[in-house]
Design a protein. Structure first.
Length: 85
């Protein structure tokens, strides 16, 4: 782990993908960061990333017979109503 000291307005560059992390402000024990990254790079808060990872693990472990036999019908899947004459 790299540990740096930065002041508000200062940046850190990560990798060749031009990921820029800017310290936006510091207030007590809270640090506000701004992150600029290429459009294809996903950025998550760790607690969200861990929750998504757990949901994916649980979905992968679900037994096939616990899932519905057919997907639920959506409004776009429903047969079209014939026009009124």
């Amino acid at each position: 782990m790299l540990i740096l000291t930065r002041r508000p307005g200062e940046r850190v560059v990560i990798g060749d993908e031009e990921i820029l992390v800017t310290v936006m402000g510091v207030s007590g024990h809270t640090v506000r960061l701004g992150i600029e990254a290429p459009q294809g790079v996903s950025i998550y808060r760790e607690e969200i990333w861990l929750a998504v990872k757990e949901e994916n693990r649980a979905a992968a472990a679900a037994e096939a017979d616990a899932l519905p036999a057919t997907p639920p019908q959506t409004a776009s899947d429903a047969p079209a109503e014939p026009p009124e004459s």
